[in-house]
Design a protein around this ligand. Structure first.
Ligand SMILES: *Cc1c(COP(=O)(O)O)cnc(C)c1O
Length: 225
């Protein structure tokens, strides 16, 4: 299967599961070459997701001639926040106020429009995983929403991989309910970033507005990632 065929298959599946709804597809290109990303662009893909800053910078340089939208989906190291704030359109994995403040001031310092961010939620409560715990999301959201360099768009989650469809849906439903609760408390969040190659049909069925898909589009990753 070519990248174009894979993309078409993913788009079709999403369209069938979310008739009349807009679900954005971020092509996760970590571990993939700039050439393969260009191939995806030629098949109509505009949104790309990267997890490693250095790798992303090199590919942004190589693809500078294309008007791509860049989503940072990896863990944020504090010494990289400025690079991320200035070179991405979205950041999906914000999970502490310090990081949010750094992103905000870097973005504002450069006089740029606010950066779109999602708060990453750790739904399974494992201490080894990044993400804010569900009971702490509201507090973090209330702080982040006031940062002038950020536009708080919604929530993101990276649940443990499972092939159990009910378990997948259970997690994604929990994220949707968290978002709904925040909106009832006066926020106006429009984004649920949930669903990857192995579980995106469940995520879309539960209300995902952005899916982040790598291997189902590009095949196995070639570089270490
Ligand atoms: C790698 C990654 C993805 C994509 O994973 P696939 O299984 O290749 O679709 C999505 N989201 C995040 C945060 C990732 O790190």
């Amino acid at each position: 299967m070519t990248i174009a065929q894979n993309l078409e298959a993913v788009r079709e599946q999403v369209a069938v599961l979310a008739p009349g709804r807009q679900v954005a597809i971020v092509a996760v290109s970590k571990g993939q070459s700039a050439e393969r990303m260009r191939e995806a662009w030629q098949a109509g893909q505009v949104l790309f997701g990267e997890s490693y800053v250095q790798e992303a910078m090199a590919k942004q340089e190589a693809l500078r001639d294309l008007p791509l939208e860049w989503h940072f989906i990896g863990p944020l190291q504090s010494n990289k926040t400025t690079l991320v704030a200035l070179n991405f359109h979205w950041v999906h994995g914000v999970d502490r106020i310090k990081t949010a403040e750094r992103l905000s001031s870097a973005r504002r310092g450069a006089g740029r429009e606010p950066l779109n961010v999602c708060l990453q939620v750790n739904l399974s409560g494992e201490s080894s995983k990044s993400g804010v715990l569900p009971e702490d999301v509201a507090l973090l959201a209330r702080q982040v929403v006031h940062l002038p360099g950020l536009c708080l768009r919604g929530l993101m989650t990276l649940p443990e991989l499972t092939t159990d469809l009910e378990q997948q849906k259970f997690r994604f439903r929990a994220l949707r309910q968290l978002l709904e609760a925040l909106n009832r408390q006066g926020l106006a969040l429009d984004t649920l970033s949930m669903g990857m190659s192995g579980d995106f049909p469940s995520a879309v069925a539960e209300g995902s507005t952005i899916v982040r898909i790598g291997t189902a589009i590009f095949g196995e990753r070639h570089r270490k990632s």
